[in-house]
Each structure stands twice: as structure tokens, then as C-alpha cells.
Design a binder for this molecule. Sequence first.
Ligand SMILES: *Cc1c(COP(=O)(O)O)cnc(C)c1O
Length: 362
Amino acid sequence: MKEYHPKIVIDLKKLRHNIDQIKARCEARGVRVAGVIKGFSGIPACAKVFEEAGCQYIGSSRLEQLADAAAYGVKGPFMLIRLPMPGEVEDAVRLADISLNSEPAVLRALDAAAAKQGKRHDVILMADLGDLREGFWDEGELLEAALLVENELSNLRLAGIGTNLGCYGSIFPTAEKMRELVARAEAVEARIGRRLDIVSGGGSTSLPRIFDGDMPERVNQLRVGEAIVNARDARDLFGYDMSFMHQDVFVLRAEVVEVKDKPSMPVGEILFDAFGMKREYIDRGVRRRALLALGRVDYAFPDMIFPRDAGVEVLGASSDHTILDIEDAKREIRVGDTLEFTLCYASTAFATHSPNVKIAFA
Ligand SMILES: *Cc1c(COP(=O)(O)O)cnc(C)c1O
């Protein structure tokens, strides 16, 4: 049978292993894992594995992905992890059991949608602790919103408080930040006069608190995608030993369409590349190169795909071509061969969004 490329080959057993490993470490510290599926565009067969592994929630920023998972037979419960668009509150209530929120007007709209559907919808109110993406900045506003949900919006249930760090503002979730989150949660509890079920301490970037054993006790949920799917950032950015995890759950395969010896320095007047950028080139003399039939529209950043072949180097890319240096490759690479790449969060997200990249399972 003809094999089509480029494609992503997914190993569901390795995915399950990674979920189990992170889950066990979190649960040993009283933290439940909401499995986040947006980093691989919500591929339903993968979402199913998160469910089978016993994640507290299946989470995505995009309702389409939750709908696809449900249609595939995933039962959830489902968590909408991007603030609901006012225009999608009906779908948010229909498709998600719980959502993250920061706007009173949207909370009112969710309540109305839930009333109409005869459903109860859970909400987590987000506190912005400095990363400057979503969440209440002002503690007074957070407390007011908590009272609004608790006392006036009878179709909503205030399930807890959450935060997100390390996304826009690059803020590291230190133990101090986690204690700030707990303080917000306790302020809300004092105001509404009861204990909250969920204190949601962030995504993969909060895992160092689990690994170091200094997560405050009240934090009892993390919403984890990258550390399960790619397992790279804790190792590459923060220096944690992640050898108990598979970094190759998702492998990108592409086909070689040209192999030639060429100079490494472009010949002629150097101006701009395909994307209007000025680039630096290093003259390493004539070297063997391969051209792959996939490009930046498939994965965005050429320095974020990692060749599995020793001695193969990604030199750059245009929309639909990737240029490799294969001079030092340990095997002979010919036209028609396929090369494999492991991925990081960004390249997995882009490649799984590309309609040209097929999905296959190992
Ligand atoms: C994307 C996202 C996550 C998961 O982030 P990872 O880095 O993939 O673990 C968690 N919470 C929110 C609000 C997100 O947007």
C-alpha cells in the first residue's frame, strides 16, 4: 500500500505511559490532572487515552475539539480552558462540564444558557498572578464575581479558583506564586462561607512544584498538556530529569525530494528569504544536502523539529520545503527516503493543525 507523507505517527502506548507517570506523581501530592488535548489539535483517539487513564477532566481551549472527542465516544468530563467567547456560551454549556472564567457578563450569559438547557455548569474563576493573560487582576473584583456566582447565578456552581502562568508574561510558577493563589482561594472561601473544591495551579510549567515537593497543600489540580505530550520543557528549559518519560509520542515523518552537494553559502546578492527576513549564512564549504517535502506552513519553526538521525541538521525552511545538512549523517540518505523528527509543543500544535500532515498510529 502507498504510504503518504508528511505524516505524524502517534504511539498511544507511550502517550498512556506519559499520562500515568505525570498522574502518579501529581496524585501522590493530592493533585488531580486535567488532561489538556489542545497541543495536538484534540485528535480524538488521543483524547480517549487521557480518559482511559483516569484524568479528572479532558480539557481544551477549543470547543470543536471537545465536540470531536465526544463524537468519538469520549465521555469526559470536559473542561473549556479558554475563557468562553460570549458567542459560544450555548455550546460551552452543551459541550463542557466546567469552564475557566474572568468576566461577569460571560458568567451571566453562561447562567442563562445553563437555565435554558436545564443544566448545571461549573466554573473556575481565574486569578491573574502576574503572567498578564486571563484572570482577575483586582482581588475585589474576583471576590465580587465569586459572590455573583454563589448567590445569584443559580445554574452555575463555583467549583474553584485557578491561575495560569508561564504563557504570555513568562512568569515561573514558584512556590510563592502558588501560595498567592491559595491566599486568593481562601479569601474567596471567607467571602462565600464555604470551602472550594478546586484550586487549579496552572499547566505543565507548574509541575516543578510537584517534582520539588513544594506545592502548597491546597493546590489540588493541574491542567497538563505539554509535559505529557512532549515532555520537553521541564527537561530542556528547567533542567529536570525527564528520562522516565517518552519524548517521542508524536513523530513527524517527511519524504526526501532532492539530495545534492551544494555550497553552504548562497551564491549571489543576499537579500531576503521567503518570509521577508534577513538571514545569516555560515560558509562551511560544499556539503551534502537533502530537501524535504514539508515546510514552515506545516510546523512554523525550523529549529523546533528535531531530526532523529544522528548527524542530520535542519538548516532552514520555506513554506513547503525544509533544507537539511546531511554531510555528517550516519546513514546514506536518498531521494524517496523518509526522515523522522521529534517535536516540541509548538511544532506538534502546528503540524497536527496542518491538513497536509496525515495522522497515523504506531
Ligand atoms: C494551554 C493551557 C493549559 C495547558 O498548558 P500546557 O503547557 O500544555 O500544560 C492549561 N491551562 C490553560 C488555561 C491553558 O490555556
